[in-house]
Design a protein around this ligand. Structure first.
Ligand code: AMP
Ligand code: ZN
Length: 493
């Protein structure tokens, strides 16, 4: 494999608030941990965006020739409602509501997560560990934190002593919060807790009798705190100190702040050199979130079966749309935005198809090496995909100019040009040249919507025999109509 180590990457480090030159701990190797999903429901496109940002980082680092160990966990235990230390476990709650085993919930949504990520052409991480598979490691970590004087047990639960920790460390170093402010803001909220202080967080929770997911421990039959799993799994597979830790912006506090505290308390060192945080996807100007219900599921967007967009979009168009924004910017998902990405992406694909028809010339009038370096410079600048895409559109212009003879390239330059475009579009941005999926779906939607209209007309004319025939024959063909107050929609069985 060709090495591009002479590319100097700068990464925006949330810890310092600055772009810093990227220097790996071991030459040529990168250890990267990204907080994975809590598998209690379908992933929404906001989740997809965060994981896509790190898929792109993984792809670029691999392209440069680094040996990357990318660990992305599955949270299948310990994550309570509202990300709090009290309340019901998200997975257990779903299991209770659906009357199935918690592990059935976990299996269903893990499979769903993988299917969605495959649809969007994600590379699999190197290791995908689960919280339930690392209970022993978490218990060992708690023992060390207690031994080092930073954890205490009350009634079978163990808490991290944030005040004690802050005497010799800086709790708030990542999120730029001050413990005094946190004390001021949380004093009222946490009345009947066993904690010494409301800012303390759970390392181990004693399970209530109805809590099904439980494991034996020196303190009680219970379950680990949510923050602990990431410290246990990241250090197990990447060591006590590794290169990159990523996640969505919303995880910076308390989740990542607590990971730093746990690592300092257990291992005497900060875990990570570069903390990277991906920004949020919004829908209609508001953050996409499971708890508020302001979400659109990937399948709804891919099939066009939703009331927010005018049509279906292909996975690569959605990916292109997301890559047109920097990973640190907020991105609003809109129909107009997706439509313009679709046009742009199709233009790019059309131009790529022309590449093989271009003939070389004896002289080059375009400086392809400098254009190529601009593409690298964009990615080297904290993975600036929007600028990279702007350079790819310059390439579209060049292709058209070479075609009409106003510019030319030599054989060698033309080869380098082709390789660079293909590398950035398909290998680094992870796009594919398949756009048919959405157009097929759109054709189907067009046809079914026409039948729905004819059925409405039949009903209006009291021709119920015809309206029933349309419904029944569509059902036989695997298309189910659903009538509601807002009109008729359909699903494909
Ligand atoms: P969860 O399954 O809720 O733990 O979330 C999985 C990942 O998705 C985390 O890294 C979150 O930060 C991220 N995430 C959640 N909501 C959004 C959003 N609206 N936009 C981008 N990322 C999100
Ligand atoms: Zn995590």
């Amino acid at each position: 494999m060709q090495l591009y180590k002479n590319q100097d990457i700068k990464i925006y480090n949330s810890l310092s608030g600055k772009k810093e030159p990227f220097q790996t701990i071991t030459d040529g190797y990168v250890g990267m941990y990204v907080c994975g999903p809590t598998v209690y429901s379908h992933v929404h496109l906001g989740n997809v965006r965060t994981f896509m940002s790190f898929d792109m980082v993984f792809r670029y680092l691999k392209h440069l020739g680094y040996k990357v160990r990318y660990v992305r966990n599955i949270t299948d235990a310990g994550h309570l409602e509202n990300d709090a230390d009290e309340g019901e476990d998200k997975i257990t709650k779903k299991a209770r509501l659906e009357e199935i085993e918690p592990m059935e919930v976990v299996q269903r949504y893990t499979v769903d997560f993988h299917n969605i990520l495959n649809t969007f052409n994600f590379l699999p991480p190197s290791i995908e560990p689960t919280a339930t598979g690392h209970i022993i490691e978490q218990i060992e970590l708690i023992k060390t934190i207690i031994d080092n004087g930073f954890g205490y047990e009350v009634n079978g639960s163990v808490y991290f002593d944030v005040h004690k920790y802050n005497e010799t460390n800086n709790y708030g170093i990542l999120s730029k919060r001050k413990l005094e402010d946190l004390i001021h803001n949380t004093r009222e909220l946490d009345g009947q807790s066993d904690k010494k202080n409301p800012q303390d967080f759970a390392l181990w929770k004693k399970a209530e009798p109805q809590h099904i997911m439980r494991w034996p421990s020196p303190w009680s039959d219970g379950f680990p705190g949510w923050h602990l799993e990431c410290t246990a799994m990241s250090t197990k597979y990447l060591g006590n100190h590794f290169d990159i830790h990523g996640g969505g912006m919303d995880l910076k506090f308390p989740h990542h702040e607590c990971e730093i505290a746990q690592n300092q308390a257990a291992k005497g060192q900060s875990p990570v050199n570069y903390w990277m945080h991906a920004n949020m996807l919004e829908l209609n100007g508001q953050r996409m979130s499971k708890s508020t219900g302001n979400i659109i599921n990937p399948t709804e967007l891919l099939t066009g079966h939703n009331d927010k967009m005018s049509k279906a979009y292909s996975p690569s168009v959605i990916r292109f749309f997301m890559m047109q924004a920097g990973y640190r910017s907020v991105l609003d998902l809109t129909d107009a935005g997706l439509q313009s990405s679709e046009k742009g992406f199709n233009r790019l694909l059309e131009a790529i198809k022309e590449l093989d028809t271009l003939s070389p010339s004896k002289i080059a009038t375009l400086d392809i090496e400098s254009w190529k370096q601009k593409c690298y410079d964009a990615m080297n600048d904290d993975f600036n995909t929007p600028i990279l895409i702007a350079h790819l559109f310059d390439a579209v212009k060049f292709i058209n100019q070479i075609k009409d003879g106003s510019q030319s390239l030599t054989t060698t330059d033309l080869e380098s040009f082709k390789t660079t475009i293909n590398t950035f579009v398909f290998e680094v941005l992870g796009l594919t040249n398949v756009t048919e999926a959405a157009s097929e779906t759109n054709t189907l939607a067009g046809a079914v919507n026409l039948l729905i209209k004819l059925r409405q007309e039949a009903r209006a004319n009291k021709n119920f025999a015809l309206s029933d025939q349309i419904r029944d024959e569509l059902l036989e063909a695997g298309i189910q109509l659903k009538d509601s107050r807002d009109g008729t929609s359909f699903s494909v069985n």
